[in-house]
Write a protein that binds this ligand. Structure first.
Ligand SMILES: O=C(O)CC1=CCC(=O)O1
Length: 260
């Protein structure tokens, strides 16, 4: 049964305005896309979404899979009357975007995969993180996670940005966060990458310790015709660290992918 997802629809809601779905990382909410929403909503219907257990979305107790998260997004889009869409996903959101591109090829117009992976390391790391959060809450991991989101140089210059991101993680439901870790532990999309046929952009952060550029390069190499861009200086969440550059790269991708 799909979860009801908190979301924000921005921009022209006309039949001819292409829809763009924005899906964020583990422990985030849709405010991580605020800058990109402002830019892209000038001429797209932008749907920024909170994953289940994140932001204002339903919390569904117990483990889930990437396919479950995709089912939530598809149910939301069906309810909004959106048939075809571009999907932009960062990290966890990028796994959801990959799955959608593989399994819903007639609906997905293009994908942009930011700071993500076809497999996020060994499953045991995610099982351990899920246990840590179920036992100690998101506070048990927040400092370590936020240190990977922003480059050390930027974190030193902008402690308010770091504090805001930490709050975002702390505001995520403990069970929602842990369930998303379960989804990441079971995620391995490597065998399916060749089935992604839509225009695809892959974006790396040059200082991303979670999904370093070689992981993104491997992802791009597995997807026929994928374009690859590295942002610098950027860690795991460039949408907040270098928002204008991310908006520019996404606009160029959406323009070249076209509405069809
Ligand atoms: O939280 C992290 O360590 C990085 C990450 C992996 C998947 C995701 O969404 O964030």
């Amino acid at each position: 049964m799909p979860a009801t997802l908190s979301h924000q629809v921005s921009g022209p809601q006309l039949a001819d305005a292409p829809a763009v779905v924005l899906l964020g990382s583990l422990g985030s909410n849709r405010s991580m896309w605020d800058a990109q929403v402002r830019e892209l909503a000038r001429d797209h219907t932008v749907i920024a979404v909170d994953h289940r257990g994140h932001g204002g979305s339903d919390v569904v107790p117990g483990p889930c899979t990437i396919a479950d998260l995709c089912g939530d997004v598809l149910a939301l889009l069906d309810a909004l009357g959106v048939d075809r869409f571009h999907v932009v996903g960062l990290s966890l959101g990028g796994a959801v975007a990959q799955w959608l591109a593989v399994h819903e090829p007639t609906r997905v117009r293009s994908t942009a995969l930011l700071c993500t992976a076809a497999k996020f390391g060994e499953p045991s790391g995610w099982v351990d993180r899920a246990t840590a959060v179920r036992e100690g809450g998101t506070g048990a991991v927040a400092d370590a996670v936020v240190a990977r989101w922003i480059t050390p140089g930027r974190a030193e210059e902008d402690p308010a940005l770091v504090a805001g991101l930490r709050e975002m993680i702390l505001a995520t439901s403990d069970e929602g966060y842990a369930a998303a870790c379960d989804a990441l532990s079971g995620w391995d999309g490597r065998a399916d990458l060749g089935r992604i046929t839509c225009p695809t952009l892959v974006v790396a952060g040059d200082e991303d310790p979670s999904t370093p550029p070689d992981v993104l390069r491997e992802l791009a190499d597995g997807i026929p015709g994928a374009e690859f861009v590295t942002l610098s200086p950027a860690a795991h969440v460039p949408t907040v660290e270098m928002p204008e550059r991310v908006s520019e790269v996404l606009r160029a991708h959406l323009t070249s992918a076209g509405p069809a």
